[in-house]
Design a protein around this ligand. Structure first.
Ligand SMILES: [Zn+2]
Length: 299
């Protein structure tokens, strides 16, 4: 995280050492210590014994390793399995989508689908502020303060779990539906100044895009990242620059008359860039192939 923040040119502090209080984990990698799921639904780990567990998904194969983590007084077992690559492949789809990630909505697709921001985050944020204030009122080192710190951690954890859950579900849905997925390359965005408002959600978007990217790859989908500069300003139909301030919600193009919502215009522009990018790579590959075959027949 520390190094990533540097490449993003965001102000950071020094990396913090993780205190034993916050976080503990053990990784079981030796075949004998990995253990197994017992028929009674308990997890058996060598050297620890049987643990009662709640399983969040079925289809557990043979473990390649198991990590037991303690996060804020709760224990989580991560059962990691090797699953053949082919099992993630999806039947091909000709559907294409450009996705604009935004502040007003979480995402707008080029086919007009709008994904709302998960509202419950705001409620949790409010609870968090209240809990943090209560910590600051408690005496340092007191047991009341410890208790209050525990509450703050619990809320952080809940927010994180919800965000992860939301991102996993949304990225899964996109990969299942579309064969070609085009997004903005946020690494480029991070370096370009002047679109500051977009930085607000950087971290959350980065996590979402990486989930989308690996799911798309293992499903055999075409995943394209395009240069984000100008995607909000250009008209998606004729590429004329239609200048907009952040508050301007509409793209009315004086040149071709295209009149659409600002975010939808961006999503369409992202899709257009992705299409021309994939055509380029296809052209290059077929040229290379042509040359290869012609030199083969020539020789
Ligand atoms: Zn236009």
């Amino acid at each position: 995280m520390f190094f990533r923040n540097i490449t993003y040119k965001v102000k950071v502090g020094m990396p913090r050492f993780k205190s034993k209080k916050n976080y503990n984990s053990i990784k079981f990698t030796m075949p004998r210590s990995i253990g197994k799921l017992r028929k009674n639904g308990k997890l058996y780990l060598h050297g620890i014994g049987e643990l009662r567990i709640k399983i969040s998904r079925d289809n557990i194969g043979v473990f390649s390793y198991v990590i037991v983590k303690r996060i804020n007084k709760k224990y989580y077992a991560f059962l990691c399995c090797d699953i053949p690559y082919s099992e993630f492949k999806l039947p091909p789809s000709t559907k294409e989508v450009g996705i604009d990630l935004g502040l007003k909505y979480y995402a707008v697709y080029s086919d007009g689908t709008v994904i709302d921001n998960p509202r419950n985050f705001q409620k949790e944020q409010k609870k968090l502020r209240v809990a943090q204030r209560s910590v600051s009122r408690k005496k340092k080192g007191s047991s009341n303060r410890k208790k209050a710190v525990g509450i703050v951690r619990g809320i952080h954890e809940k927010i994180r779990n919800r965000r992860e859950d939301f991102q996993h579900k949304l990225s899964r849905e996109i990969v299942n539906t579309y064969g070609t997925i085009v997004v903005e390359d946020l690494n480029i965005l991070g370096l370009s100044k002047g679109i500051l408002a977009k930085h607000v959600n950087d971290a959350a978007w980065g996590g979402f895009l990486s989930k989308l990217s690996y799911k798309a790859e293992s499903a055999g989908r075409l995943f394209i990242k395009v240069n984000p500069s100008g995607t909000t300003q250009r008209c998606s139909r004729c590429s004329t620059v239609v200048a907009k301030a952040l508050a301007d919600r509409w793209n009315s193009c004086p040149a071709c008359g295209l009149s659409v919502d600002r975010d939808l215009n961006s999503a369409l522009e992202i899709l257009r860039l992705g299409r021309s990018q994939s055509r380029l790579t296809q052209a290059v590959t077929s040229n290379v192939l042509d040359e290869a075959t012609s030199s083969n027949t020539g020789g």
